[in-house]
Design a binder for this molecule. Structure first.
Ligand code: F6P
Length: 473
């Protein structure tokens, strides 16, 4: 109900209300189909939808998001896509348009581009099929712009999220010059050399689409500079840009950590561990998260350090992601095979060095974050990485953070984390050894310092920064 403010909405203050519209591909609610084909709430949304939801709950704002699946479409038809204190509007592209826009352009092209994931000898291939998908991406952006246009009051502020919706600011600027529009990117941003892989007209349309916003935001100065350099290289006029890293809601995390579900997940975890040291990673099953080199590093660690055999466990929680993409299915298969190989090399009757769990179970993830001795966050490239902040906020074991210097969060936490070069397997093994060997006093000092760094910004500040950016611009 617009204007109504729930307890959590109060916590963030009345920053927002009926004159705010959010547009994102993934919305705050998602559904799957149960055995009888009925839509039921699905598991964790991950990333931006999960982080923004508590900030907007009860605010009276409008959130425009896509029906991403048949279950979402059915839930919308049955009136289940609703939430008290938020006006949820669903964009409903036809299945083909959505698959081409989301799978081919957003994920297999733009995600790969910004994360430097292309295997350039083969991909990308900009052929007639790809250009049909590009038309679908444009259509999807137009659908979003139409729904936002219908929903936004005169002079409203519109917060457009991420690489799925790069063209929306330009479309809105043409239709609704009264609106104040922010485009925020949650991924890294490719520099000019990487961007040059795209057909020039496509790169220009994407940059002009974003630059038409009143302000353009990023998680770190590094990604902002890359965007500005790309605009400079193609002669695209860019106005106001800003940097504003997201922060997890520590209070909500600690509530979860204190829940019964988390306590019983913690007990199950202790049974698996049997008193051994615990290295944890929590990711989507995603090539950019660099799970493979994490496992190869464990193999190297055990080769170099016989004293650690039988003494440590890497718990890898990797929930499924983007399973309509062959690259993701192949990566998941390679991950499973690699874990099998490392375990075959080192396991004993009562111990395996790696436990891979692909269930989507948020209670278990929080329990692992509370318990870790070492948190391994080694993405190849990452816009921010919220897990790197969530871990230090809830961990109760003076855990050490081993953090990739290619994650946006490194700009905030790097001083107290152990730095990982994500490409260097031997180096990652050495960092894991250093973390496991660290003296208790130093662990405690670093854990306290990391907690303070992760809590330095309040979760509501991200939203306040968006609103401040349009005012400044
Ligand atoms: O910015 C990255 C993002 O859009 C975040 O929401 C999250 O990290 C991830 O990608 C989720 O991807 P998807 O919505 O495709 O599952």
């Amino acid at each position: 109900m617009p204007g109504e403010v729930t307890a959590r909405g109060e916590r963030y203050g009345r920053l927002v209300g009926a004159d705010l519209v959010i547009a994102s591909n993934r919305g705050p609610l998602s559904f799957s189909l149960d055995g009888d084909g009925r839509p039921v709430p699905a598991g964790s949304a991950g990333g931006l939808a999960a982080a923004l939801h508590p900030q907007l709950e009860g605010s009276g704002a409008t959130w425009v998001a896509c029906a991403m699946s048949d279950a979402d479409r059915r839930a919308t038809a049955e009136g289940l896509m609703t939430e008290r204190g938020l006006r949820l509007l669903t964009v409903q592209p036809d299945e083909d348009t959505y698959r081409m826009a989301y799978d081919v352009v957003s994920n297999a092209t733009l995600w790969f581009l910004h994360h430097h994931l292309f295997d350039l000898a083969r991909r990308p291939r900009f052929d007639h099929r790809w250009f049909r998908a590009w038309d679908a991406y444009r259509d999807l952006n137009r659908l979003f712009a139409t729904v936002v246009d219908g929903a936004a009051a005169e002079g409203a502020t519109v917060l457009v999220q991420d690489y799925h919706l790069c063209l929306v600011p330009a479309l809105l600027a043409a239709k609704r010059p009264d609106l104040r529009v922010v485009h925020f990117t949650h991924t890294p941003f490719a520099g000019p050399d990487a961007l040059a892989v795209l057909p020039t007209a496509v790169a220009r349309e994407l940059l002009e689409g974003m630059a038409a916003a009143t302000a353009v935001g990023f998680h770190t100065a590094r990604w902002e500079a890359a965007f500005r350099a790309c605009c400079g290289a193609l002669g695209v006029d860019v106005g106001h840009s800003f940097v504003s890293p997201l922060t997890p809601d520590a209070e909500q995390l600690l509530e979860r950590a204190a829940s019964a579900a988390c306590a019983s997940a913690g007990e199950r975890l202790e049974e698996v561990l049997g008193g051994r040291r615990l290295v944890v990673r929590v990711d989507r099953m995603e090539p950019a998260k660099n799970l493979l080199r994490g496992f190869w590093a464990v193999d190297e660690l055990l080769r170099a350090r016989p004293d650690l055999r039988g003494e440590m466990v890497l718990l890898a929680l990797a929930y499924p992601s983007r399973q309509t993409l062959p690259e993701y299915l192949a990566y998941a298969a390679e991950v499973e095979e690699t874990v099998r190989r490392v375990n075959d090399a080192w396991a004993t009757d009562d111990w395996a060095p790696i436990v891979l769990d692909v269930a989507d179970d948020p209670g278990r993830s929080v329990a692992a974050l509370v318990r870790y001795d070492v948190l391994l966050v080694n993405p190849l490239r990452d816009g921010l990485n919220l897990v790197a902040k969530e871990g230090p906020l809830v961990n109760a074991h003076d855990g050490v953070l081993a953090l990739s210097r290619e994650a946006g969060a490194f700009a905030e936490l790097g001083g107290e984390a152990l730095e990982v070069n994500p490409f260097d397997v031997t180096g990652t093994a050495a960092v894991l050894a250093e973390a496991l060997d660290m003296a208790p006093g130093e662990r405690r000092r670093r854990a306290g310092a990391l907690r303070a760094l992760a809590a330095r910004r309040q979760p509501g500040e991200w939203l306040a920064d968006q609103l401040a950016a349009v005012l400044r611009a």
